[in-house]
Design a protein around this ligand. Structure first.
Ligand SMILES: [Cu+2]
Length: 668
């Protein structure tokens, strides 16, 4: 084992090597022209793939095209996004709950038969223990589940099973459970616990619910991967802090040469729950693996492993050894044999969870270099590992290996592509399915020092597009990436057909209005409800009357059925901006507290007369009725105002006194 000082000097050497290697990456002029052609998408032409990349603590998901690498849209998930009105209407406000941010890490496309089915994209929130579902029919967030009970730090998430039966997620932080219980961190080992959770996904609607959980020791679960083929029904997680330290983790959690991977039989766990073997904790059936054998095993993996990735065949599980210069390849068939034979480390269970013997199940340690984090696969037998310290992508060959290769696994390391700098995640198109597209790999770099023109202390991130179709990797393009990129998914554009408008026939909102006759404002006591229609280039009605103290609800239907004909409803000084796509109805509710006349206007450019698309919310004082106020229907309808009832809401300091002669304007 290397001492800490040795490790640091190795890291420093690596950084030096990185800086010298960037010279090698500068490409000759004709090569640059070829690369430009490979990633060039001419005006009017379209990209071949979607890249869905996580926006980290921006709380959003960003979509870029491949090969152009152009950022083409933002899907707001955990943070309000005025550009699409997300977080302003009642429905999205309710989804966001009390939070205005999230920490998106690992998007996962839904799968059927270990293949992307183009239905949903699930993304985790590490910060507030949630998972969201984006529908690829409209590229919008439709559900946010959580905070998940008994779960803190939803980092090892979200990983879909082969047919999207479950999303499997695990905790990064252990806390006293159930959440809300207080214990002293000094009693960490005794009082704190982690959890692996299975979230059920409704096969029709995609609706997620918490199905069951498995209690774990207080390790910090890091990343996960689901099985397929021979490893169908299984899932794998890495951990750091098998030392169970509660402070100075930088050193205290890096003591052991190996940390545990959790090997979870989720099918057996689901069966155990069905057989009533779980106990309720915070409303969730929780399995204790010490009492329910056969659902969880531990496998020691070196050192402070980070990524774990199952190859397309489902046989080889690759672990990035963060603090050791190799990727550990586990042979799942050997692993299953060891489990079936109960071939465990003698007397070496951890809290009742059997520990597998490393040498029984490991096929080899591939010497990829320094700082291996994540591995992706092209479906042709090759693997690509992101090297955080070496700052490159290393291509290597999956087993089966020849005897000669086994003797010296340096022989299976085939190519290295410098990346700038400190590659974190990488994604190969379709890598987590049984049918990768191969062709493109995107390296998402953590530090991009000097890759862009200077915009101040916060250096823009960068992602790099690598052609992996040949023997040697080829870097063809680089693009700015919105912060903060973690994992991504790549989907072929031809595999989905998002809608261009919400069909009128599918709008089931009871407050939708499609013609002028059904629009209007009703008043019941202090409840005022406006049904507004938006069409190029006006709102109907373009006047809404209410009073201070009223509960005002406004429903706006965009009656357009033409693609991209979007209208906004921005209400001045009331912090409201709804945006309605064609055929969509949105609602917001507001308690009126201040009198005044508040213009509302279309915030999304819609036509030559977009500027004219505006109206007035007239908020009179309590009990005061404006003479022009119109209520179309409803019990408790406001009385038809008489001239005597007209009392100005506020006195106008510049208006002439009643009866005074108007001052002639000198300008006319
Ligand atoms: Cu408009």
């Amino acid at each position: 084992m290397k001492t800490k000082t040795q490790l640091v000097s190795v890291a420093l050497l690596a950084v030096a090597a990185t800086f010298s290697s960037c010279d090698k990456s500068s490409t000759a002029k004709n090569e640059r022209a070829q690369n430009a052609q490979a990633s060039y998408v001419a005006p009017g032409e379209k990209d071949e793939y979607y890249l869905f990349y996580s926006g980290g603590h921006s709380g959003q998901v960003f979509v870029a095209g491949i090969p152009s690498m152009r950022h083409i849209t933002t899907i707001p998930v955990y943070a309000p996004y005025p550009a699409t009105g997300y977080g302003f209407d009642d429905e999205s406000r309710k989804m966001l709950g009390d939070y205005t941010w999230g920490d998106v890490h690992h998007p996962a496309l839904s799968q059927t038969g270990s293949k992307y089915d183009g239905r949903w994209l699930f993304v985790n929130d590490n910060a507030n223990n949630r998972v969201a579902r984006i529908d690829l029919r409209d590229f919008k967030t439709h559900q946010i589940l959580g905070p998940i009970p008994n779960s803190s730090g939803n980092h090892g998430s979200s990983f879909v099973t082969e047919n999207t039966e479950y999303l499997l997620v695990a905790t990064r932080f252990s806390v006293p459970l159930p959440k809300g219980r207080v214990a002293d961190p000094n009693d960490y080992e005794k009082e704190f616990n982690g959890m692996v959770s299975a979230l059920k996904v409704d096969p029709k609607s995609g609706e997620m619910s918490v199905a069951f959980q498995i209690l774990t020791p207080p390790f910090d679960w890091d990343l996960g991967s689901t099985g397929k083929g021979p490893s169908s029904g299984w899932a794998f997680w890495t951990s750091y802090n098998s030392e169970m330290a509660h402070d100075v983790l930088e050193s205290n959690a890096s003591q052991k040469d190996r940390d545990y991977s959790a090997i979870v039989n989720w099918k057996a766990a689901a069966q155990a729950v069905a057989e009533g073997k779980a106990q309720d904790m915070g409303g969730v059936p929780v399995l204790d693996p010490a009492k329910v054998p056969g659902i969880m095993y531990f496998l020691p993996i070196g050192k402070s492993p980070h990524g774990v990735d199952t190859d397309p065949s489902g046989k080889w599980i690759s672990y990035g050894g963060k603090l050791q210069p190799s990727v550990t390849v586990v042979n799942f068939e050997k692993l299953l044999q060891a489990i079936n034979k109960k071939d465990f480390v003698h007397g070496g269970d951890v809290r009742g969870v059997p520990v597998l013997e490393y040498n029984d199940v490991v096929e080899g340690e591939v010497p990829v270099g320094l700082g291996p984090l994540h591995t992706q696969f092209d479906g042709r037998g090759f693997a690509y590992t992101s090297m955080f310290i070496d700052s490159n992508i290393t291509k290597w060959k999956l087993p089966p290996w020849t005897d000669e290769e086994k003797k010296d696994l340096n022989k299976v390391v085939l190519d290295k592509m410098p990346a700038h700098y400190s590659t974190g995640h990488l994604v190969v198109a379709g890598s987590d399915t049984a049918h990768p597209y191969g062709k493109w790999c995107v390296a998402m770099n953590k530090l991009s020092a000097g890759r862009h023109i200077n915009v101040g202390p916060s250096q823009p991130e960068s992602s790099q597009l690598i052609d992996i179709s040949g023997d040697k990797m080829k870097m063809v393009a680089e693009a700015y990436t919105e912060p903060e990129p973690h994992f991504a998914q790549i989907l072929k554009v031809s595999e989905i057909q998002p809608i261009e408008a919400y069909p009128k026939a599918e709008n089931t909102d009871p407050n939708a209005v499609w013609d002028k006759e059904h629009t209007g404002v009703t008043r019941n006591g202090t409840q005022v409800e406006a049904k507004v229609l938006a069409v190029r280039s006006r709102f109907v009605p373009d006047r809404i009357d209410a009073q201070v103290g009223d509960d005002l609800t406004i429903h706006v239907t965009n009656v357009e059925q033409t693609r991209d004909m979007i209208h906004g409803f921005g209400l001045i000084e009331n912090n409201i901006n709804m945006v309605m796509d064609p055929g969509e109805t949105k609602t917001f509710h507001i308690k009126l507290t201040k009198p005044g006349v508040f213009p509302y206007y279309c915030t999304n450019f819609c036509s030559a007369l977009h500027q004219e698309m505006q109206g007035y919310l007239v908020v009179a004082n309590t009990g005061q009725v404006m003479p022009g106020a119109v209520y179309t229907s409803g019990a408790g309808q406001a009385p038809i105002p008489s001239a005597g009832a007209n009392v100005p809401a506020t006195s106008n300091p510049v208006a002439p006194a009643p009866g005074a002669a108007a001052t002639p304007s000198p300008q006319r």
